[in-house]
Write a protein that binds this ligand. Structure first.
Ligand SMILES: Cc1cc2nc3c(=O)[nH]c(=O)nc-3n(C[C@H](O)[C@H](O)[C@H](O)COP(=O)(O)OP(=O)(O)OC[C@H]3O[C@@H](n4cnc5c(N)ncnc54)[C@H](O)[C@@H]3O)c2cc1C
Ligand code: SF4
Ligand code: SF4
Ligand code: SF4
Length: 376
């Protein structure tokens, strides 16, 4: 066999094929956009077909009908302020650690690259807090989790839905595996993230230690850059070219444009996201410090969720009150100038390409507004 996926639109880089190959013929290699894809060494491959069979983008996968919907705020304000939304993930992680389990999530490594890692203590789970808006490198995570659940160790795995789907296909049914899937707007390019970091380092002439994409301690939404000399800089997300490129759908992985996971039928036991639109239904519940939307999708997920619910201020929601764009309208994203963006990024740095593109997006928005006015 020479390829697992038929086209890049059908590969999320989940690493299930890499993990299942019995002769280690698959390597996960990054393309020029920094996204990982499986590459087969045809000399080692024994044509067993397992890689194709395990791929979640290759076939219909089992999804769960939601059982319960909640709007939540962690009662511990410190936890909420250091989490992206209402601080649901950390509470679930704490529960699993207290049951002598282990937690896998996305964190920064020493080079500020985002990858999945393991935590065995509550303190170690702190590194997973906060959304890192870039596709994570899953490395050996699936193989490690398989060995743990086989030895009856409880594992909490938190990731984007396409990654959860890959792990579930790889592991099969297990009472010891709990999966959290995040509501997902798309997986941004690790290469553009690298360029973004280099841009900030050059701008401030110092090396970065960490980035908090969802800094909450000031009234407006900000990204916080922490440098190695302990100094801090903040930037409004509305002025951040990285967030704007993400919002414009220019830096997502190819499969995100036809994502089959972003709807109400979920792959995880528990789904967590931001409760965007909370003010529409519950004006006083929103205090601008982050409200989570959580969905329990399986009896196992509901059982665990029930154990931590008393640590939140929460409202049980109806399905209608829970609907928000990334779970309501399927996963289809419009492609506009994506190809052109990547062609230009071969020649120019990302900030230059951004400056070239902005007028086109402004014009597009203006024309869209005019058309809507005329049709009204
Ligand atoms: C790329 C991305 C896109 C998202 N898009 C949306 C969206 O459109 N709508 C929405 O409602 N919510 C979205 N979210 C989820 C949201 O930002 C919060 O992560 C979620 O609400 C959980 O918040 P929390 O306060 O419970 O916990 P937090 O402490 O903020 O949760 C962090 C959890 O997210 C995981 N995580 C962080 N970065 C990554 C990553 N790169 N890959 C995989 N897992 C990661 C960590 O492992 C940890 O489990 C997105 C998250 C990511 C990472
Ligand atoms: S199993 Fe995952 S990494 Fe492998 S081809 Fe399928 S989506 Fe891509
Ligand atoms: S067909 Fe089998 S041996 Fe070949 S790459 Fe796929 S899993 Fe590995
Ligand atoms: S949009 Fe879909 S395919 Fe893309 S990262 Fe999110 S879950 Fe995966």
């Amino acid at each position: 066999m020479d390829r697992v996926y038929t086209s890049k639109s059908f590969c999320s880089g989940c690493s299930a094929c890499y993990s299942i190959c019995p002769v280690k013929a698959i390597n996960m290699q990054s393309d020029r956009k920094g996204f990982f894809y499986p590459v087969i060494d045809t000399k080692t491959c024994i044509d067993c077909g397992l890689c194709v069979k395990v791929c979640p983008l290759n076939k219909d996968i089992k999804k769960n009908e939601p059982l319960k919907f909640y709007g939540l705020k962690n009662a511990n304000i410190e936890t909420r302020l250091t989490s992206s939304s209402g601080g649901v993930f950390f509470e679930l992680a704490k529960y699993v650690i207290k049951q002598s389990g282990v937690v896998y999530g996305a964190s920064y490594d020493e080079n500020l690259k985002v990858c999945h890692n393991k935590a065995e203590t509550i303190e170690d789970c702190i590194k997973f807090k906060g959304s890192k808006y870039v596709k994570s490198d899953l490395k050996e995570t699936f193989l490690e989790i398989k060995s743990l659940v086989k030895n009856k160790k409880l594992v909490l795995f938190s990731a984007l839905p396409c990654e959860v789907a890959g792990l579930k296909n790889f592991i099969g049914k297990s009472d010891y595996l709990i999966c959290i899937d995040l509501i997902c707007n798309g997986g941004p390019s690790p290469k553009i993230f690298e360029e973004f970091k280099r841009y900030q380092e050059k701008k401030f002439n110092k090396n970065l230690e960490s980035i908090n994409f969802r800094f909450k301690e000031e009234a407006s939404k900000k990204i916080k850059f922490i440098f190695k000399d302990n100094s801090v800089k903040k930037e409004s997300i509305y002025n951040s070219f990285y967030f704007k490129l993400y919002g414009m759908g220019l830096i997502d992985r190819k499969c995100c444009f036809s994502c089959k996971f972003n709807n109400l039928n979920r792959v995880g036991d528990i789904t967590i996201g931001d409760y965007w639109g909370v003010e529409k239904y519950f004006k006083t519940f929103d205090d601008s410090q982050g409200v989570s939307l959580s969905i329990c999708n399986t009896p196992k997920g509901y059982g665990i969720f029930n154990k931590v619910l008393s640590n939140f201020e929460f409202i049980e929601l109806t399905k209608e009150q829970s609907l928000q764009p990334r779970i309501n309208n399927g996963g289809v994203k419009k492609k506009f100038l994506v190809r052109e963006f990547w062609i230009l990024n071969k020649i120019f740095k990302v900030k230059t390409v951004y400056n070239i593109f902005i007028p086109y997006f402004k014009l597009r928005r203006f024309v869209g507004k005019m058309v809507r006015k005329i049709l009204r």
